[in-house]
Design a protein around this ligand. Structure first.
Ligand code: 0A1
Ligand code: ZN
Length: 862
């Protein structure tokens, strides 16, 4: 059954201010599963006790469950339903409550609760999936100890896993077997997990710093074990890193990871039994790109780090989600930075923030990192809660410095170990450990919207005093018309334009609406470097000239600021070109040439620095987005760069020629720059490039080079394109993760026919709505491809809305994640805005709609 609401009956809104501690607590849970894909019987025995003096009933959340038996202290009990929940009047202060239900994992298309995926049975409980398995107070502040007995057919499900330690098992009559697991750590229901299936294991061990041995297992389908070694290395590196960087040691004697093909998100941190979308586990050079390898290490680390930031200290309620997610994203970013190039990692993270979070923060779905209300909590696993949440905690690191930040995190972990905590308690621990007053800093938790900082640097006279004027404005967002100034930590430096040296450097905390900073006796004309290292998640507007930016792109000693200067130069040039029909592109060409030929720079940095801003990011800088003109002017600049620097691109391409695959930062950088160079060579229009790309494609001994070449070809119209696409399909048609790349490459193409291609791809025999990866590979990717998605006819919008409505019948969570691109209508011309609204209205008016999609679509109209 679908959790459906009928418009216009408005679903219930949950408010942060309404939090009340639970009426009843659960000490122990014993679960007993007789597993079967069609009909699984679940028995639960809960030891509950009254929390405080009150007479309220015991409310056990349920979702689609029908009780088959309910007993209290061993006797049949009177019970009643309140909608999906089970209510019991209990007379004493402590009771044992037993329930029994039957569920059908094979029919669970939502992928929440217990479901089937490629012959496996597995669970996803965060945020509210546990109530689809058994009746329970399904809220994160009810922490209980779990004992889990699993019973299943021994041939179909030889492996039976759950959280904690394996405490027993054996054969049963009729070809069945059983296993029992006990998790000694009290945990909220959202961290419960079980897996049953025919799985093979990559087994290893890790010895913690106090000398305990942990059995590690990565469980996958039999043929995939060889593709788990990178994930295993990442796991062991993360375990050691968390000990060293945060003083956090693993606490159980087993740590298992299972990869599943059908999964709504990236992965899940269930205690001692992480469950992963297989795309974040499986890798070998032939099937995974360098970006895939990096993402796997980051996600493995992220889920592992949750063992402390999420599991040992969990969230009191779902409004506190950023407490665990923002902090854990920061931790995984720090980990990845330590494994490779911190500068390139920072550039990638900021690019991701600008691509996903900045648009969210400036649109109808804007919310603070600690939201105040929701209809469906699944809609709040957002770039704001995750990525802006990480930026907010990173600002604490900037403000406090690494030692004091570490003292704060140590205090937070010790003080709240075993508890369900709040964002407020995290800040309080930071204050108590350091003596810092963070009263104003709390605004970052309550105010939505990306602050804008205007920076104006003037000098009284040559050689005289320089004056930096800073003004901040926090834009109005839904429900928050008036904002207070935020404390914004800005790393700033001045460089002398004549000497190229650094004249001054400091951290400025702008915590009023404006401030002035004076620099005495600045001997030469200064260039302003601001928000170095992206010290605050803000938009900086400055009147730096093309000459200033070109100078910084060559001389700034902060690699992020150097990248940023280049990006700003490109943006200024593109925006002028779009608005005025013409712009002086010479400074961009010169800056790219200089970066490309600077022997001191490493290839990975160069590859990031010379890339033009995306069409979407250019759109974000404009009052009214004109997708056609953006694409035209951007392609024009790409072609000019390709032609003007043709020899340089070819030199770079040859210098970084592949010579045997290895996964290390230098080799990765070389591969990245090589394909970036190939892209510019193609943009130049030179006739030999399709053949060069096809050669790269055919000779590649790794997926990075192969997919890189395919991506370049896919944007063009050459016969080589068709040849490469066909060869790629033939080679990988049986590997779903690689086939996703084949779909995505076509959905992201800059070709004129991409809208028709996308529509055709969803009719391809290998397309399916039931696998979230495949759906995102085509529909999600297409909706981010600005020009074809915003086709003036509105056909792109109609296509997306059709898909959302179709998917909503199967998987509301995944459907809802496709809605935001339609909500950007305010940023477009009237014609497009009306067409986008039309599709949102059509969605909201659909008689049977999930509350997930209803919330996103109705808010997007607002
Ligand atoms: N806690 C996970 C995110 C997650 C949320 C919901 C899921 O299923 C619907 C799955 C995963 C993380 O941050 O990795
Ligand atoms: Zn997480």
């Amino acid at each position: 059954m679908l959790d459906a609401v009928t418009a216009p009956a408005l679903p219930h809104v949950i408010h942060r201010g309404d939090y009340r501690p639970p009426d009843w607590l659960v000490d122990e849970v014993a679960l007993d599963f007789a597993l079967d894909p069609e009909a699984t019987r679940v028995k639960a025995r809960l030891s509950v006790h009254r929390n405080g003096a009150h007479e309220r009933v015991l409310r056990l959340d349920g979702d689609g469950l029908t009780p088959r038996a309910v007993r209290v202290d061993g006797a049949d009990a009177d019970w009643r339903m309140d909608g999906p929940a089970l209510l019991l009047d209990l007379t004493g202060d402590a009771h044992v409550v037993e329930t029994e239900v039957e569920i059908a994992p094979a029919a669970n298309t939502q992928l929440m609760g217990l479901y089937a995926s490629a012959g496996l049975l597995c669970t996803q409980c965060e945020p509210e999936g546990f109530r689809r398995i058994t009746f329970f107070p399904d809220r994160p502040d009810v922490l209980a100890r779990y004992t889990v007995r699993l019973e299943a057919d021994a041939r179909r499900f030889p492996v039976l896993l759950a959280n904690g330690d394996h405490v027993g098992g054996g054969e049963l009559p009729g070809g069945r077997h059983w296993a029992e697991w006990r998790d000694p750590f009290p945990k909220p229901a959202y961290l419960f997990a079980l897996v049953a299936g025919d799985l093979a294991c990559n087994a290893d061990t890790f010895t913690t710093r106090s000398g305990r041995e942990v059995q590690l297992g990565i469980w996958v389908a039999a043929g995939d074990v060889e593709r788990t070694h990178h994930a295993m290395r990442a796991l062991k590196t993360s375990m050691a890193w968390d000990e060293q960087a945060y003083g956090r040691e693993y606490d159980l004697s087993i740590f298992n990871i299972v990869a599943v093909a059908d999964f709504n998100f990236g992965a899940m941190e269930n205690k001692g039994l992480n469950i992963f979308n297989s795309r974040y586990i499986l890798a070998d050079p032939d099937t995974a790109t360098d970006a895939d390898y990096d993402a796997i290490a980051a996600v493995v680390a992220h889920e592992y780090f949750h063992n402390w930031s999420g599991n040992r200290v969990t969230c009191r309620d779902w409004f506190q989600l950023s407490l665990k997610e923002g902090f854990t994203v920061l931790r995984d970013q720090q980990f990845s930075a330590d494994q490779g190039s911190p500068a390139v990692k920072r550039i990638e993270d900021v690019r991701a923030l600008r691509a996903a979070q900045f648009p969210e923060d400036s649109g109808p779905l804007a919310h603070p990192i600690r939201p105040d209300q929701y209809i469906e909590i699944s809609n709040f696993y957002t770039p704001t809660v995750y990525n802006k949440g990480a930026e907010v905690i990173r600002m604490l690191l900037v403000l406090l410095g690494p030692e004091r930040f570490r003292a704060g995190s140590d205090l937070y972990f010790t003080r709240h170990d075993g508890e369900a905590a709040t964002c407020e308690q995290f800040i309080q621990a930071m204050e108590d450990a350091t003596g810092e007053d963070l009263a104003k800093f709390r605004l970052w938790y309550s105010q939505a919207g990306t602050p804008r900082v205007r920076a104006t640097l003037t000098q009284d006279a040559p050689g005289g005093r320089a004056r930096l004027r800073l003004d901040q404005a926090v834009p109005a967002t839904p429900g928050q018309p008036d904002k207070q100034p935020m404390p914004i930590p800005l790393r700033i430096a001045l460089f002398g334009q004549a000497s190229g040296t650094k004249i001054a450097e400091q951290l400025v905390v702008l915590d009023e609406s404006h401030a002035e900073i004076l620099f005495d006796a600045v001997p030469e004309q200064p260039a302003l470097s601001i928000n170095r290292g992206f010290s605050a998640p803000v938009i900086v507007e400055s009147d730096r000239s093309a000459a200033d930016l070109a100078f910084l792109s060559a001389h700034d000693d902060d690699p992020f600021a150097r990248y940023e200067a280049m990006q700003q130069l490109m943006i200024d040039t593109l925006v002028t070109g779009i608005a005025a029909g013409d712009a002086d592109i010479a400074p961009v060409i010169e800056a790219v040439r200089r970066t490309l030929t600077d022997p001191a720079l490493d290839a990975a940095f160069v590859a990031e620095a010379v890339l033009l801003p995306s069409e979407a990011f250019i759109g974000d800088q404009m009052l009214v987005v004109d997708p056609e003109r953006i694409a035209l002017v951007r392609e024009g600049l790409r072609a000019a760069l390709g032609r003007e620097l043709e020899d340089d691109w070819r030199t770079v391409y040859e210098r970084h020629a592949a010579n045997g695959y290895d996964y290390n930062p230098t080799a990765k950088g070389a591969r990245r720059l090589r394909t970036v160079a190939l892209g510019f060579m193609a943009a130049s229009g030179a006739k030999d490039v399709p053949q060069i790309a096809l050669d790269q494609f055919a000779r590649a001994d790794n997926m990075t080079d192969r997919q890189g070449a395919l991506g370049v070809l896919a944007n063009g119209y050459s016969p080589e394109r068709e040849e490469a696409l066909a060869a790629f399909y033939a080679r990988y048609r049986d590997n779903p993760l690689v086939l996703d790349k084949w779909f995505t490459t076509q959905a992201l193409s800059t070709r004129e026919d991409t809208l028709d291609v996308a529509k055709a791809l969803v009719r391809h025999p290998d397309f399916t709505l039931s696998n979230p990866n495949r759906l995102r590979a085509v529909v999600g990717a297409f909706s981010l491809n600005q020009r074809p998605f915003h086709a003036a006819s509105g056909a792109g919008y109609r296509f997306l809305a059709d898909m959302i409505l179709e998917v909503d019948r199967l998987n509301p969570q995944t459907a809802a994640k496709l809605v935001p691109p339609l909500g950007r209508w305010r940023r477009f011309d009237e014609g497009r805005a009306a067409l986008m609204r039309g599709q949102l209205e059509r969605i909201v008016a659909t008689p049977v709609l999930s509350k997930d999609v209803f919330e996103q679509a109705s808010k997007s109209l607002g």
